[in-house]
Design a protein around this ligand. Structure first.
Ligand SMILES: [Fe+2]
Length: 379
């Protein structure tokens, strides 16, 4: 099935956040009661106060208690609070998790069933979600443009919800909110965006109409990520990365990810490895195996990265970019006793199967062991 999903309106510019009152006023029904979901450090840095000022007297309910991946219990509690406060619109500001909470609360608020009711598409989401405005402050997940949201279920396992009801009504890309992101997180989240874009235009779901968006994201990452890491206050580089991540989000919305994300999710459940870094290491280790299956698609990626139109050039281009932005290649510190067999077993779990199946190349269990070996032996 080939579908180009709708893209929300995207506003771009430094300081754009201060006009969010007008964005809320322009929503259907001109909401007067708003929920703000925001990462704690941004709230403490005065961003919640800026939003309150921009909302010009509208009622604002603040939730800034996110720590790590949101739990189903937290999301249900924020939804219950929002029902009590008669919230009519939701603003999410922060990394992917904050945006996911905002999207999920906006989606589930009309119905008191908890968020787990909708996990893994077990039940359709309520038909009339509240409008959500998403303001990403990392340039990586692309959650502001995807129809997916991730949370931890009651068992502590990663769960996801999906549906058009999870689409943000609007995205605001404000580079002034990303300049304080530390270099290692700028690098890891930026590489995540790169992997989204590359996997979406080379995997088994890939179709031509989506390639333009993915290639644009790849070009933007190649051009802007090294500068954003080395010169964090560079607004042009920060803005370029926000657009890259937004485009990559659009691209995975249409075509999904692949084996590098299978590896990243497996690594993420076995230890504390940043998702973006894990995806980058997964891509780096799996590329030589993937290339022969779709050489022409990978050649297009190499060209978008600034190299020759030749798939064989891609592993070197990706390796150079990962090293240039300072991502550590070895996992020995985080996962000293992890064996390839254990990692391969995790990669083969049903929850990671969709990413395995959509990969450029079909994999046997022996292939998974070889890929796991390549990830863990890399230095
Ligand atoms: Fe990712």
């Amino acid at each position: 099935m080939k579908t180009l999903y709708p893209v929300p309106e995207v506003a771009i510019g430094a300081g754009r956040i201060d006009q969010i009152g007008a964005d809320i006023a322009a929503l259907p029904g001109a909401p007067t009661r708003v929920l703000l979901v925001i990462d704690r450090f941004l709230s403490q840095a005065g961003i919640a106060d800026r939003v309150r000022a921009a909302l010009a007297g509208r009622n604002m309910t603040l939730w800034d208690e996110l720590a790590g991946e949101p739990s189903a219990a937290q999301i249900d509690a924020v939804a219950a609070l929002s029902r009590k406060e008669r919230v009519e619109a939701v603003i999410g500001i922060g990394g992917g998790s904050a945006l996911d909470v905002a999207k999920l609360v906006a989606a589930i608020l009309p119905d008191p069933a908890g968020v787990e009711h909708y996990a893994f598409c077990a039940n359709p989401l309520p038909a009339r979600p509240l409008p959500a405005i998403c303001v990403p402050t990392t340039a990586g997940t692309g959650s502001e443009t995807t129809l997916t949201a991730i949370f931890a279920n009651a068992a502590g396992k990663k769960a996801w919800a999906w549906g058009p009801e999870l689409a943000a009504r609007k995205a605001i890309l404000d580079p002034s909110l990303t300049v304080s992101l530390p270099a290692h997180l700028t690098a890891a989240t930026g590489i995540d965006a790169l992997v989204h874009a590359i996997e979406s235009c080379t995997n088994a779901n890939r179709f031509e109409a989506n390639d333009q968006t993915a290639h644009a994201a790849i070009r933007l990452v190649a051009r802007h990520l090294p500068t954003a890491v080395k010169d964090p206050g560079n607004f042009a580089a920060r803005e370029g990365m926000l657009i890259a991540s937004c485009y990559a989000g659009i691209a995975i919305n249409n075509c999904g990810t692949a084996i590098a994300h299978n590896i990243a999710h497996a690594l993420g459940s076995l230890g504390k490895v940043h998702h973006g870094r894990a995806a980058g290491l997964g891509l780096r280790a799996s590329l030589p195996w993937s290339l022969p299956a779709r050489a022409s698609a990978f050649a297009g990626v190499a060209e978008a990265m600034g190299g020759p139109r030749d798939a064989a050039a891609l592993p070197g281009l990706v390796d150079r970019l990962i090293r240039a932005v300072g991502l550590k290649i070895t996992l020995a510190d985080e996962l000293p006793s992890l064996t390839p067999e254990r990692l391969a077993a995790e990669m083969a779990l049903p929850e990671n199967e969709a990413m395995r199946k959509s990969s450029a190349r079909a994999s046997t269990d022996d292939d998974l062991r070889e890929l796991a070996r390549a990830v863990l032996a890399a230095t």
